[in-house]
Design a protein around this ligand. Structure first.
Ligand code: FAD
Length: 291
């Protein structure tokens, strides 16, 4: 079932994100992880697109097709435009059409100084993709503002631009402070925008991860979260447990506040995804039962 229809059918959509292995890693690492993730039966699994249009791109459509056609689960292929020409997009969308991968997360991508693309922004890519097949188009959004622009009102302008160009739902950048997400939803609803915005949740289970992530996306770190990370920094197992517990607490709070979806950044770690899923399954089932 198309992701757009899942939002119509379910009160709370729960999905995973995976990334293709680097060319230096054996491809079997992702097969094993995927096999385990699929067993957790999320509503869909998204597959990222290599930053800067790197060589992982073919793997994105390959893995999205595997999820859809072999595992029988809905998949979402990420696609960035900052370093893609119209020809590149034509080839990729042709391939996705052929593989019956119907959902695309249309993104600009980060500016790594290798911009050779025909599109400057995600909304332009969305508009182009519309003419390439019957794709369900999804966009990214940033509850704490985008790294190039921290102004929330401009971020909501961009959301409107993406909706005008075909986006049917959004997945948010990761955040650790649910209040930032709730404030963003308030701003969105002030403009009378009524569209599913999935909350992006990243379980932080090791110290290196937190530094890298916050440098990359500048998510704000609540004091409670910082204290946990500092307290258990020297103990990988304790930190992993604390990271899982924090993500579960975030998700339970979000679910109780009627969000339309949760997107879990799994970091290809089925153990962590399983632990989180086990903790929230009953809650998600109850919410969907009441729908
Ligand atoms: P856009 O919506 O184009 O916005 C980029 C900036 O331009 C914003 O500051 C916006 O306000 C501004 N802007 C947009 N339109 C206009 C306009 N018309 N005029 C003036 N300013 C404008 N990156 C990858 O490389 N691969 C991935 O697989 C990937 N997956 C992601 C998944 C999610 C859920 C998220 C949240 C991000 C992901 N990213 C990925 C990162 C993303 O590519 C970067 O955050 C990128 O910098 C912005 O992409 P966007 O699609 O949001 O861009």
């Amino acid at each position: 079932m198309n992701i757009r229809d899942k939002f119509k059918e379910k009160k709370l959509v729960f999905s995973f994100e995976v990334f293709p292995p680097k060319n230096t890693s054996p491809v079997k690492t992702i097969y094993k992880a995927l096999n385990d993730l699929v067993k957790l039966n999320p509503d869909f699994i998204s597959v990222t697109y290599g930053a800067g249009g790197s060589l992982t791109n073919n793997k994105t459509s390959e893995l999205a097709s595997l999820i859809k056609n072999v595992y029988g689960l809905e998949s979402l292929a990420h696609l960035t435009c900052i370093s893609s020409t119209k020809e590149d997009i034509d080839k990729l969308t042709e391939r996705l059409n052929l593989e019956e991968v119907n959902n695309i997360l249309a993104l600009r991508g980060d500016d790594l100084g290798n911009t050779r693309g025909d599109f400057s922004y995600a909304n332009e890519l969305m508009n182009y993709i519309k003419s390439k097949g019957d794709f369900n188009i999804i966009g990214a959004c940033y509850p704490e503002g985008h790294i190039d622009n921290k102004n929330i009102s401009l971020e909501v302008d961009n959301l409107e631009r993406k909706i005008e160009n075909g986006a049917t739902s959004f997945i948010s950048q990761l955040f650790f402070d649910n209040n930032a997400y709730y404030k963003f939803l308030e701003e969105v609803s002030k403009r009378n925008i009524d569209i599913p915005i999935q909350a992006g949740i990243m379980p932080v289970v090791n110290g290196k991860q937190i530094k890298r992530i916050t440098e990359l996306c500048k998510a704000s770190i609540p004091l409670k979260f910082r204290k946990i990370m500092e307290k258990y920094e020297g103990s990988p197992e304790a930190l992993r447990e604390a990271g899982i517990a924090y993500a579960v607490e975030q998700i339970i709070d979000l679910s109780s506040s009627d969000v339309s979806g949760i997107h879990l950044y799994t970091m290809n770690n089925p153990y962590v995804a399983k632990r989180i899923s086990e903790n929230i399954d009953t809650i998600i089932n109850e919410i969907n039962r009441r729908a």
